[in-house]
Structure formats: structure tokens, C-alpha cells
Design a protein around this ligand. Structure first.
Ligand SMILES: [Ca+2]
Length: 207
């Protein structure tokens, strides 16, 4: 059977070559040259960076007001970049006993217009309510007041890393040479008094 199969294959090859000849002869009169342009999309490059500064604020209302209106503040940068789950800063809406909100701000001294996508990544080590709903506001160019018209909503259903895409709001800071956002608890009754701890924070910048 094997030689017959070979012969059969040979006959098929002759038939294909004959067909190609019939097709090529009429085409010879009108030679058409096709050119193709190949567009190579540049590879997106994502850079993971630690924040240049980070602070925990105690505010009367975390979704309004300037940093300077905080009742107290604490530099938490070291705790957010030490790769330790045991160190971090609280976020709370209406903390029991003092009726105040705890919020964080994170800053990186990079120009937002250089990036097509900007994300922040936070590691939650404690979530007293799940899913935990939060908001991220972008700051105004004075780096002091948040821009209350520009925020993104997010939620996390478990401890560990959560990535939040802030591309839709961060370009409010184009041309300023820095990016700064505030992470707050959503102002909901189910979040009221519930403590959340952020133990690590990173910026993911994609150019
Ligand atoms: Ca830590």
C-alpha cells in the first residue's frame, strides 16, 4: 500500500502544478505588485515603583477638605514599603469614639502625561468588613486639596493585594510633575467604624 500511496501523492502534485500553471498564465499579462506595511505596536512597559511619600490623615470628612485640615497626620511611608504585613496604616469611616475619618494619601514625583495607564496597588492586611468598598480621589495641582469631582470607586473582597486603575482621574495632574491620590473608605453605614489596614503600597506606571 505504501508505494501506491506515494504514487497517489505524486499524481496529486502533478495536478496541483498544472492548476497553478493555468492560473499563472492569464495573470502574466497584468502583473500586480502587492506591498504590505507591517505596523509593529510598541510593547507597553509597566514600571512598579514605591511611593515617594505617604501619609495617614485624620479628617472630619475624608472626602472633602485639605490635608492641612487634618486633626492629625502620620508619615506612613516606611510602613508601606517594608515588605511586612504586620506594619501599615488604618483607613476608617467614622471611627468609633472620635467621629472622625482616617484616610491615606500616596504621592509619586513622576509626570502623569508620560503614562497611558496609572494604577495604584495596595495590600490590605485587615478588612473588618467584606467586600470592602472604597474611593480614590485625585488631588488638585496645589497638592493640598483633593479634586472632589474626580474619583474612582473600588472594592476588595479579601485581604492581600488590590489593584486600582486611576488612569481616568490622574491626568487632571498632567504637567504638574507629580501624582497624588487619597484613598478613603466609602461613606456607607456598613463601613462605619470598620477598620481596614493597608500594609503595603505601590504605583504601577505603564508608558
Ligand atoms: Ca508594611
Amino acid at each position: 500500500m505504501y508505494p501506491n500511496s506515494r504514487n497517489g501523492g505524486y499524481r496529486n502534485l502533478i495536478a496541483v502544478l498544472s492548476l497553478l500553471s493555468l492560473m499563472l498564465i492569464p495573470m502574466a499579462d497584468s502583473l500586480i505588485i502587492y506591498t504590505a506595511t507591517v505596523v509593529i505596536t510598541p510593547q507597553d512597559i509597566a514600571t512598579i515603583s514605591d511611593p515617594d511619600s505617604a501619609t495617614m490623615l485624620m479628617l472630619i470628612t475624608a472626602e472633602s477638605g485639605a490635608d492641612s485640615s487634618a486633626g492629625s497626620s502620620e508619615n506612613i511611608l516606611d510602613m508601606l514599603v517594608d515588605d511586612e504585613q504586620s506594619s501599615g496604616g488604618e483607613i476608617v469611616y467614622n471611627r468609633a469614639g472620635n467621629n472622625k475619618d482616617y484616610a491615606h494619601w500616596y504621592r509619586i514625583d513622576s509626570e502623569s502625561s508620560n503614562y497611558s495607564k496609572v494604577e495604584i496597588r495596595v495590600a490590605f492586611s485587615t478588612l473588618e468588613v467584606t467586600p470592602y468598598e472604597f474611593q480614590v480621589f485625585v488631588y488638585q495641582s496645589d497638592a493640598e486639596n483633593i479634586n472632589t469631582g474626580y474619583y474612582v470607586d473600588g472594592s476588595s473582597s479579601a485581604t492581600g493585594w488590590t489593584t486600582i486603575d486611576v488612569s481616568s482621574i490622574i491626568h487632571q495632574l498632567d504637567g504638574q510633575g507629580f501624582m497624588k491620590v487619597r484613598l478613603i473608605s466609602s461613606m456607607t453605614s456598613r463601613n462605619q467604624g470598620k477598620i481596614v489596614i493597608v500594609s503595603e503600597m505601590e504605583w504601577i506606571l505603564t508608558s
